[in-house]
Write a protein that binds this ligand. Sequence first.
Ligand SMILES: C[S@@+](CC[C@H](N)C(=O)[O-])C[C@H]1O[C@@H](n2cnc3c(N)ncnc32)[C@H](O)[C@@H]1O
Length: 212
Amino acid sequence: MPPKTEIVAAFEAAKGFMPLDEGLALYEAAMVAGASGLPLLEVGTYCGRSTILLAAAARETGTVAITVDHHRGSEEQQPGWEYHDPSVIDPHVGRMDTLPTFRRTLHAAGLEDQVIAVVGRSPQVAAVWGGQLGLVFIDGGHTDEHAGGDYEGWVPHLAPDGLLVIHDVFADPADGGQAPYRVYRRALESGAFAETSATGSLRVLRRTAPGI
Ligand SMILES: C[S@@+](CC[C@H](N)C(=O)[O-])C[C@H]1O[C@@H](n2cnc3c(N)ncnc32)[C@H](O)[C@@H]1O
């Protein structure tokens, strides 16, 4: 079942980079994973565009979405880089802070009660995380250090049959950075995952065996 019209409208109104077709694929995966009753985890909140879909699926399936971000932006979002948005600079600090915009996004979408927002660095949060997850969505830093760290930190918490979703997977370097693609290849080559769908640059893999 697709998301409600008002959820799609909130997604499209939110700041962010994800196109709608990929968002719908993320929502579909979240609905499947949410049926397990386990939490749905996102690395890379930014301003909450994709979080809306995880939260909506969490509401439909009776679970919760957890989203992790330090809210200081990735490399490519810093001043002078391609994806920089000057409106998310905190003038008091002189650095990016996407947390206020994220909170407004969730409030506008009516989804505050379905989300646990963790402000912190992904590997540090993963290192103290205790529970199993139904879905891990990797959309944080796009360097090998960050994307690889997200994989190594969070995938051990992914339950049997849980879904691993990776954004910005580009087989051709001409289309985009290769770190998420390398994580995707690593997951498949581990023998612990099978691909279930590919939409744009979004890949959905199902855990078929333990390991990373
Ligand atoms: C591409 S944006 C996420 C976009 C979001 N999922 C969406 O669809 O709107 C990547 C985010 O990851 C965050 N990030 C990058 N490296 C991180 C790390 N090591 N720990 C936590 N957050 C990180 C950045 O602050 C940025 O907000």
